[in-house]
Design a protein. Structure first.
Length: 485
């Protein structure tokens, strides 16, 4: 009988990398790995013996979603043990464990221990009593085994500490993603008043330059054409290289000088790292014209209350510099609306900055007070209705901006990474379709005629046909139609 392990990943790209790497460990040990998202219509399955939920704690809604998924997993996979890890698991261990006795909570700062579970799981299946199908598995017993042998608990809302083994979970093959990602830095030393991530992930740690270089080369040898460089705070990268420590610009210089062909995409930027040296490096054609800026507000008053390490002018300057070296890049940002004390004037300054920068997309969130953070008790509180209206204004701008951006590329030819294969009848009866992400981060549904069918991960050339306006306004992933060239 074949046993399955199911993964649910919430939140950031770092969680996706860690889940993919842990999934590889289970696959290498003979388990069938499932990474499809569970829904109310999912068919119950007794062959699933373990579910891993990699959680996020960035907002209250993220935690609510995690609890809903955990309960759904307990229902749909009645013979499974549920391992809950990630940032929410770090900060709310007792709350999560109390949901059910089949749950084992692995604090996020010990997430690397996911790699040790497959052998434990195999032993608990094979050495147990023989019943129907030749094996027996007791999920409650296995939960206790994990708690006693692998997992250890610490006090909730602990002070930030260094993650146990932050770069152990790494892989050169990806089950759910066609574009490779590489974590080079984790944790954060900032004291932003609203952020619980720094409490959950701990102090900043970095992967040394030679290790980054070796892993990039491994990814390239495995057939990847692009690697997404992923961090919690890219500005705090400090990796050892030839007897000294270098910042991210120093790392990028080494990667560009000592590799050929493979492309680099940066997952997130802090405005203060975008200086002249950085700008000269990203001129390289292998650095993709797509940048996401961790912004949060365009008001210096709000940024100061948030304890962000920059002012609005640095964002203006960073965007000007990025645009001076990359032609019409895809620019995205994060913004929190309704932070305590945010006035209409503050929000107007945010909208003024957004319009000047011409952000292609905005990830807009209403302020969510996180227990254990300074902003949790800050006053005056902005009414939820006001915060909601501000989010709606940001999203409306973002949708219009993305439509305009994609329309600028209509009929243009772009390189892209092929992702997944889809139903051939999406476009026509005689054409197969795939999805792909272009060099400038346009997510496309791509029509492939004449029998052409690129494999996930292939480097392809496509032509943009039209934006998918309804999909954009609904926040769906794929936002343009294209065809293979």
């Amino acid at each position: 009988m074949t046993y399955s392990v199911h993964f649910e990943t919430l939140g950031c790209r770092l969680n996706q990398i860690e889940s993919e790497s842990a999934a590889r460990c289970f696959s290498d040990n003979g388990f069938t790995v499932r990474m499809d998202n569970i829904t109310a219509s999912t068919t119950p399955d007794d062959t699933v013996v373990l579910c891993v939920v990699n959680t996020c704690t960035v907002t209250t809604k993220a935690e609510q979603k995690a609890r809903r998924i955990i309960r759904l997993l307990l229902q749909k996979f009645p013979q499974s043990c549920i391992v809950v890890t990630g940032c929410y698991a770090q900060l709310a261990q007792s709350q999560i464990a109390a949901i059910d006795q089949r749950i084992a909570v692995l604090p996020g700062q010990q997430k690397d221990r996911l790699a040790d579970i497959p052998k434990k799981l195999k032993n608990c299946i094979t050495v147990s009593d023989t019943v129907h199908d030749g094996c027996y598995f007791d999920p409650v017993h296995f939960s206790q085994v994990l708690k006693s042998d692998l997992f250890s608990f610490s006090l909730e809302h602990i002070k930030p500490a260094v993650i146990e083994n932050p770069f152990r979970l790494s892989t050169d093959s990806f089950l759910a993603h066609s574009r490779a990602s590489l974590k080079i830095q984790d944790g954060c030393n900032n004291q932003c008043t609203y952020c619980a991530i720094r409490l959950a992930r701990g102090h900043s740690v970095s992967l040394d330059v030679q290790d980054v270089l070796d892993r990039v080369r491994d990814l390239q040898r495995s057939g990847h054409h692009e690697v997404v460089i992923t961090t919690v705070n890219i500005g705090q990268y400090r990796g050892k290289w030839q007897g000294r420590y270098v910042n991210f610009a120093g790392l990028l210089r080494v990667l560009l000088e000592q590799t050929e062909g493979i492309r680099f995409r940066l997952s997130s930027l802090y405005p203060e790292i975008v200086d002249t040296e950085f700008a000269q490096l990203i001129k390289d054609i292998r650095v993709q014209p797509h940048f996401h800026i961790s912004l949060q507000s365009g008001s210096d008053v709000v940024l100061a209350a948030m304890k962000r390490p920059y002012k609005a002018q640095q964002v203006y300057d960073a965007v000007d510099l990025l645009k001076s070296v990359k032609s019409d890049p895809f620019l995205a940002c994060d913004i929190i609306a309704g932070f305590p004390g945010e006035t209409e004037k503050d929000f107007d300054l945010t909208m003024q900055l957004v319009r000047y920068c011409g952000f292609t997309w905005i990830h807009a969130f209403p302020f969510s007070p996180r227990p254990g953070t300074e902003a949790y008790t800050m006053k005056p509180v902005v009414p939820q209705s006001v915060a909601g209206d501000r989010v709606a204004a940001l999203v409306s701008y973002a949708c219009t901006s993305k439509l305009a951006y994609i329309n600028r590329y209509k009929s243009q030819t772009l390189s892209a990474i092929a992702e997944t294969v889809h139903n051939p009848r999406i476009f026509s009866h005689d054409a197969s379709t795939i999805t792909a992400v272009t060099q400038n981060f346009i997510h496309c549904r791509v029509q492939c005629k004449n029998g052409a069918s690129p494999k996930p991960g292939d480097l392809i050339v496509l032509q943009i046909d039209a934006p998918l306006e309804n999909a954009i306004r609904k926040g769906e992933e794929y936002e343009a139609l294209a065809h293979l060239v």
